[in-house]
Design a binder for this molecule. Structure first.
Ligand code: ADP
Length: 167
């Protein structure tokens, strides 16, 4: 049974087993949380991405690398759907959370920190992005004891808090 928790802050500073990255299909770094993770974790994460995922990842899928200089042990990279570019199949977004939990289980990770996948540059409507995160993390059977949603700003924190309180 996974407990979904919420903090406001920077995901690169979280002391958890695994940090989830909102990556892109190429897995060669990018903006937003992806850029922050690669900057804070150092070049080892990119080297690992290239070695382990020479062809990148499909939208909705997840895969892990080491976490370089981050306090976490692993980074679980997921590729959210790019709503702005016309990828609007919600099952691709919920798949990211489910696949991340599956990969966490494979690794034996019991704490994992999640950003709001697709809620930034990829432009997913915010309330639905929050609902997809909370409901999927709650409903997916997993050995992860704590799934920590990390809200980068106060407005997002408030949005997630409201959704957590709703059910
Ligand atoms: P996507 O391309 O999947 O939309 P983004 O990285 O653009 O991913 O945004 C996803 C969410 O992560 C947004 O809510 C954004 O504000 C947030 N974010 C950006 N940097 C960080 C960070 N260092 N820690 C936690 N969340 C972050």
């Amino acid at each position: 049974m996974t407990r979904v928790t919420l903090v406001r802050g920077d995901i690169t500073r979280q002391h958890v087993d695994a940090v989830v990255n909102a990556a892109n299909r190429a897995m060669r770094g990018g903006g937003g949380v992806d850029g922050a993770i690669h900057r804070a974790g150092g070049p080892g994460i990119l080297a690992d991405c290239i070695a382990r995922f020479p062809h990148g990842l499909a939208t909705g899928d997840a895969g892990w690398t080491t976490a370089g200089d981050l306090p976490a042990r692993w980074v679980i990279h997921v590729v959210g759907p790019n709503h702005t570019a016309g990828e609007r199949d919600r099952s691709l977004l919920t798949s990211c959370y489910r696949r991340a939990l599956e990969v966490a289980d494979d690794l034996g990770a019991t704490t994992a920190a999640f950003p709001l996948i697709s809620a930034g540059i990829y432009g997913w409507p915010l309330d639905d992005a929050v609902d997809a995160a909370v409901s999927t993390l709650r409903d997916t059977p997993s050995q992860v004891a704590e799934a920590r949603i990390v809200a980068f700003d106060q407005a997002m924190y408030d949005r997630v808090e409201r959704r957590l309180a709703a059910s």
